[in-house]
Design a binder for this molecule. Structure first.
Ligand code: FMN
Length: 260
């Protein structure tokens, strides 16, 4: 099955939140198979990044509280987002395709949380072998979240103010009212993208008939966050009837969205 951006991810995008506390229920084989199928379609693109769906002992995967983050309860099921750290495209692609995977899980009613800081890559290596140059960029638990937020979860959300998003006008370099309605809607969708510590390190700019995205700020793996926002933008555009493609940018431009 070839990878396609699914319209149903638009609904998922509106309800997705990071979940860090899970109960003991395991995700059914049918749903794990659907996630594996999507992962395979991404891996078969041959773009140097891959997603592995893993079932095994997750007790060593998620680390304790670091920088204010609560420890994620292990579930026995998770996915790893893998790329070559020397590949300049890996971050952008893993952000984009990783978020597709996260939104597919959300569509299936499966809880997730992007984790690029509070996990132990060595424990992942006990479950899968990495090729030379490959690195585990992030992981996500897969499971059924507890009905109520646990105290660690509430703490993690409080520390990073996870519900707050920058207004559209502040993530656009230019006049918001001067861009087409579909681009305004797409920008609004990009706002809901998750990012590490909720830093939202992206800046969009409208030029003639396309949208560019740049990194704003300094830090590690900012382009991965931009990749996530790129998928949200494309989904928002699609909902307004505009299909298009992100092309890799040059210099400080991470990518350019061109309507078809
Ligand atoms: C690339 C990336 C890495 C993240 N790493 C961690 C992490 O190491 N630990 C953690 O608890 N949350 C992590 N998060 C979750 C963010 O804190 C969360 O997405 C953000 O606060 C927005 O909240 P929301 O996902 O509920 O909308 C990460 C998110 C992203 C996108």
């Amino acid at each position: 099955m070839a990878f396609v951006v699914e319209k149903k991810w638009n609904d998922a995008m509106k309800i997705r939140v990071s979940r860090r506390s899970y109960d003991s229920r395991t995700v059914e084989a049918r749903k794990m198979e659907a996630l594996s199928t999507l992962a395979r379609s991404i891996n078969e693109l041959g773009r140097g990044v891959r997603i592995e769906v893993i079932e095994g002992d997750t007790s060593g995967i998620f680390r304790g509280i670091v920088g204010g983050y609560g420890k994620i309860t292990s579930t026995g099921q998770y996915a790893a987002f893998i790329g070559d750290s020397a590949d300049p495209d890996a971050e952008r692609l893993l952000g984009y395709y990783g978020e597709a995977f996260i939104l597919e899980a959300t569509s299936l009613g499966v809880g997730t949380c992007w984790v690029s800081g509070t996990f132990n890559p060595e424990s992942v290596k006990a479950h899968i072998s990495l090729r030379p140059g490959e690195e585990v960029f992030s992981v996500t638990p897969l499971g059924y979240p507890t009905e109520d937020s646990s105290p660690v979860e509430r703490l993690a959300k409080f520390v990073v103010r996870s519900e707050k998003r920058k207004p559209s006008a502040s993530i656009l370099d230019g006049d918001l009212s001067a861009i087409p309605n579909w681009a305004q809607a797409a920008l609004n969708s990009a706002r809901s993208a998750p990012s590490a510590t909720n830093r939202q390190p992206w800046l969009f700019k409208w030029t003639k008939d396309s949208m560019t995205i740049r990194v704003r700020g300094t830090g590690k793996r900012l382009i991965q966050d931009c990749g996530i926002a790129m998928l949200h933008f494309a989904l928002g555009a699609l909902e307004s009837g505009i299909a298009g493609k992100w092309e890799a940018g040059t210099d400080s431009v991470v990518a350019i969205f061109k309507p078809d």
